[in-house]
Design a protein around this ligand. Sequence first.
Ligand SMILES: [Zn+2]
Ligand SMILES: [Zn+2]
Length: 457
Amino acid sequence: MSLSEIPSPAANPQVNDATGAAAPRCPECGAPVAAQERFPTWCPSCEWNLLPPRPSTDDLPPRARRRAEREERREEKRRREVRARTEQVFRLVSEGGSDLRHGASAGAFLLAGAVHLVSLAVLLAGVLLVVGWPLGGLPARVLGVIALAVAFLLRPRLGRPERSGVLTREAAPNLYGLVDLVSAELGAPKVDSIAVTSAFNASFGTHGLRRHRQLRIGLPLWTVLTRQQRVALLGHEIGHCVNGDVRRGVWTGSAVNALAEWHGLTRPSRGGGPNSSLVVALASAVADLVLGAVHLGVRALTELMHRLHLRSGQAAEHRADLMAARLASPGDARGMLRALSNAPTLEAALTRQRALPRAGGRAARAAAAANPAPDLWEALAEAVRSVPPTEVERRVRLSEREASATDLSHPPTYLRLRLLASAPPSDRPPLVLDAGRAAAIEAELAPSRARIAAELL
Ligand SMILES: [Zn+2]
Ligand SMILES: [Zn+2]
């Protein structure tokens, strides 16, 4: 579900109070609510209108209604299960007792081994059939070639570092200097490259046979963070080098990729064309049935792998947050997490920017096209600055209600904030990004700003 910046129709109740002045009040509990033009109105006391109203099922025919209700119940059950699992991980980490390499990780490791064995078996079968053992003949060879092609698709993939938007050490000595400092503080190896992207996000990954360490910084996110929140962001991402996140290892990581490939390969086609003959239709129905069964099996395996990873992966994310808090401060780490909820604000600001009439003649338009950056980045920062605290609170509570069922790679925001709220005060002076270095980094990012603004607008 997306976080709307457009008030829902049920929003903005105008209930007159005793004095006759229009003061918005909650229609459920009567508590005063803050009405904002750009955001849904909701009640912090009773959480009225926290979730957008669901489309009513009353008008549906009985059968469709029952199906919708069943779907709804299933979804709710799934949410409850996800919440129970994520809160259990949270409890383990907050008690300081989460062992990242516990049984689930070992299970993921073994399951990955089984996946790799199947890939190896397909490869071997392909080679044997092609060389004509145990039986020769054209059909066997054709089968062998098909097996080899499948084996090629299932080969372990180690990923590739981003090539575009990469800043070299020579072009950005101050940014690399700051990142190296963060790495040194956390006991992590230095990054090999930094790529600047247009995402409202940041990430760290190790790619390829040579295990190239790449940090990706989304410029829109970077722009809306304060200096110390930027340090916290770097702390979290570089923390992924040293938090024992098994999801990123070569062994399990490539098995997950292979499973995704199986998933795509075994997806049954949706029947033949309308003109296909009876024989073709029958044959394709049988093939679909077989594929469908394999597909279900692959789905179950993927789900199992996912669950085995959830525990260790979310614990790793919490640890990365604690490293961010230790490096900057718990407050800055929390601010960084809250800022991450501004993706819809960015989208809205972009839409407004795109709708702006480009004033002036051709020359002015050309100038604006050459450097659209100042307007866009200032507008973006302003849009985020003007998000009221009640809206930030609404987004955090929404993450609890929905248990962030969309993205299980990270724990839901409310739990991450809760862990940081109880984090011990840092045992070391914070790593400070001072104004001088921040300005130098800004200058290094200027070419990226112009490029990404042109990309976004
Ligand atoms: Zn209320
Ligand atoms: Zn992370």
